[in-house]
Design a protein around this ligand. Structure first.
Ligand code: A2P
Length: 273
């Protein structure tokens, strides 16, 4: 940081007031050879709504930043920012990002945005959050936000991965909520994590699309089938997963919403590169 920079602003920020700020890595945790999470400093000026995404990146040798969209995995009240990332062996960004250590610098965009926000849904009784892989990230933010529980009687987050180890992040996070002073009690009574695997044996298996179509999801949860009168949904994962889950929502009579026109479900593609 330049000695002349105002408090909380980096030299890079001074050069381009709309460009990314340089933040410090505070913690890194690796789960598998494909998945890790990291936490960084949050500038005081950085505001976002739980569920939104922002550009994250690293400087390139030629000086231009290499940035990709990442859902913020921490809630909007948190003093730090958390991200949950895939590692793609020859991915231009993640192959370098996976090597970051506490104390390193990463770039943070200034304009968080996105549709996986509570305001893009009309009021309802039950909120479903359907995720695969790193698509769990925006829901890691929302399940730690008290507003989620203030708005819904029941919150169901589904997470489907190939292997059991890939469920570690979501399972640890939801388990940690019971000691959370802010949402602990509400999460205890309202939140269910419905985790499944597709390629490795586990207690619960299958793609979420199959589990919705067969009715197994609803039977397991002890709830009625999807109903546009009371059910709301968010989904985040690969493009194919989103399209397939979206088709099931439409079939059940739910309509797609946005920030400008809130409705019964919203979608976002998970970062993958
Ligand atoms: P599957 O193992 O049957 O492909 P990935 O690691 O490739 O991002 O996938 C994450 C999870 O999403 C996997 O369990 C995968 O199941 C599942 N998945 C992939 N495509 C779809 C889809 N179109 N609908 C539902 N689930 C999907």
């Amino acid at each position: 940081m330049s000695a002349d920079a105002p408090a909380g602003q980096t030299a890079a920020a001074q050069v381009n007031p709309n460009g990314p700020t340089e933040e410090t890595v505070l913690a890194v945790e690796h789960y598998t050879d494909r998945l890790f999470r990291f936490r960084i400093t949050r500038p005081r000026s950085f505001r976002f709504r739980s569920g939104e995404f922002v550009m994250i990146g690293l400087p390139k040798e030629d000086g231009k930043p290499l940035l990709r969209a990442y859902s913020v995995a921490s809630p909007s009240w948190d003093e730090e920012l958390e991200f949950y990332s895939i590692k793609v062996p020859d991915g231009p960004l993640t192959s370098r990002l996976e090597k970051i250590q506490p104390g390193d610098k990463v770039l943070l965009g200034r304009k968080p945005t996105g549709t996986l926000v509570l305001d893009a849904l009309t009021p309802g009784k039950r909120l479903y959050m359907f995720s695969t892989g790193t698509g769990f990230a925006p829901f890691a933010s929302l399940v730690r936000d008290p507003e989620t529980y203030e708005r819904y009687e029941q919150v169901i987050v589904t997470h489907t991965c190939r292997d059991v180890a890939e469920l570690t992040y979501s399972q640890n996070l939801v388990a940690s909520l019971k000691d959370d002073p802010l949402v602990g009690e509400m999460a205890e009574s309202k939140l269910t994590l419905y985790a499944t695997t597709t390629r490795q044996f586990s207690g619960r298996m299958g793609r979420i699309t199959s589990l919705i179509e067969s009715g197994t999801l609803f039977a397991d949860l002890g709830v009625p089938p999807l109903d546009p009168a009371c059910d709301r949904a968010m989904m985040c994962g690969s493009m194919e997963m989103i399209q397939d889950v979206k088709a099931l929502m439409l079939k059940a009579g739910l309509t797609e919403g946005s920030n400008a026109a809130p409705a019964e479900f919203v979608i976002e593609k998970a970062f993958a590169g």
